[in-house]
Design a protein around this ligand. Structure first.
Ligand code: GLA
Length: 395
């Protein structure tokens, strides 16, 4: 995903004061402030966002933090606590797609996208730290982008609403980084709230906070990072998106959001076999998001396990974006007590989630570690997450 080594689940995030102090040492003046933005886990609703459908992600308690100082010229100096690039310098006027490397694509892409919107972005010094695992499907790149857009929105006085910041970071991803992704990840990072998932209608960006807490239900949500790295700038994501667009075109609708489960029989007669399965995933997944929201409200998290399972099967068999490591994580978690499990994020690697009774947590963890060792896979990183606050200023 980037040239930077993975910050591991165990790597300590220096406190805000430490980051500000380090900024002062590196750049010779105190920062104007420190902002943070979280990664996300998608509870359900995969590859539905760019089909103008529904998603249900939440912000996690893993964040990217940026200490930022304004400069008097149009130079940008970027440094991270974990990158291997050292200090990177760029000129605002020379920013264009393809001009940046590694993690610096994300802050520079946001600066470029804000300038494309006509916002007068100053030169800055920036120090990044993050404990969102890279390439794990937890939106480490969006966490960086959302921290930066939140900082610059405030520092420039641009006054962008969350929806506009979502679109600015999407522009950065699509046109500067070159990943044709949707709006889910940055919406979770910018609009998330503690104890809640974000039920987002990706057609109009209407967001509803849905209470989602595992602890009162005696559950934990385990993230199993398979360590299989992925990049949405590679071809798999774009080819799935192209299939969805083809499906919508043949079905004569604006987006697959407009196709219902009851239309699938007709779709099977109109579409080639592969496109039909891609469409069936999106259409049934949208339906599963709506059912998940209903069940959470009526019965709580213990009632959504079968929907998570069905989501995974659909991504494995119809959308074909899982991989052996993700399937093994999901199957092993389920066989050892998880009440529902699925891969999360764009696919082709990254992480699975397993909704697990507290009493089975140790067994699931041990079984997954053992199964990966027996299969000859790299050791997975397993940790719990809970819904946390969205992007904010912390100093
Ligand atoms: C990635 C993208 C999102 C979304 C998911 C799949 O995370 O960034 O926009 O498409 O994949 O649900």
């Amino acid at each position: 995903m980037s040239a930077a080594p993975h910050p591991t689940a165990d790597s300590a995030v220096p406190g805000t004061q430490d980051l500000a102090a380090r900024f002062t040492r590196e750049f010779g003046a105190a920062p104007a402030g420190v902002w943070q933005a979280p990664g996300r886990v998608n509870l359900i609703g995969e590859h539905t966002d760019y089909n103008e459908g529904f998603v249900l992600p939440f912000a996690i308690d893993r964040t990217a933090r940026v200490a930022v100082g304004i400069r008097q010229d149009s130079t940008v100096r970027l440094l991270s606590t974990y990158g291997d690039q050292g200090m990177v310098s760029a000129s605002l006027d020379a920013l264009e797609p393809g001009s940046a490397k590694g993690w610096t694509k994300y802050p520079l892409g946001v600066m470029w996208a804000l300038r494309e919107r006509g916002i007068d972005v100053p030169g800055i010094d920036l120090l990044l730290d993050s404990d969102v695992p890279l390439g794990a499907g937890l939106s480490s790149s969006h966490a960086i982008e959302c921290a930066v857009v939140t900082a610059l929105n405030e520092l420039t006085g641009a006054g962008l609403a969350a929806q506009d910041m979502v679109l600015a970071t999407q522009r950065a991803e699509n046109d500067f980084v070159g990943a044709p992704t949707g709006i889910m990840d940055q919406s979770a990072s910018l609009r998330g709230a503690k104890g809640h998932a974000v039920f987002l209608d990706c057609r109009d960006q209407n967001a509803t906070l849905v209470p989602f807490e595992t602890e009162p239900a005696g559950l934990v949500l385990l993230v199993i990072d398979t360590k299989v790295s992925h990049s949405h700038a590679d071809g798999g994501y774009a080819s799935r998106r192209a299939s969805c667009e083809l499906g919508a075109e043949v079905m004569g609708v604006k987006a697959l959001r407009d196709v219902q489960v009851g239309d699938l029989e007709e779709a099977s007669g109109l579409l080639d076999e592969v496109t039909f399965r891609r469409v069936r995933h999106v259409v049934t997944e949208n339906d599963r998001v709506l059912q998940t929201v209903e069940r959470l409200a009526a019965e709580g998290p213990a009632a959504i396990g079968t929907l998570l399972d069905a989501s995974h099967a659909s991504m494995r068999d119809d959308f074909e974006i899982s991989c052996p490591e993700l399937d093994l994580a999901v199957d092993t978690a389920r066989a050892n007590g998880a009440i529902g499990a699925r891969m999360t994020g764009g696919g082709f690697g990254g992480a699975a989630i397993a909704l697990t009774p507290v009493a089975s947590e140790a067994k699931v963890r041990a079984a997954v570690v053992r199964a990966f060792a027996e299969a000859g896979y790299a050791a997975p990183d397993i940790f719990t997450v809970s819904p946390a606050a969205g992007a904010m200023r912390v100093a």
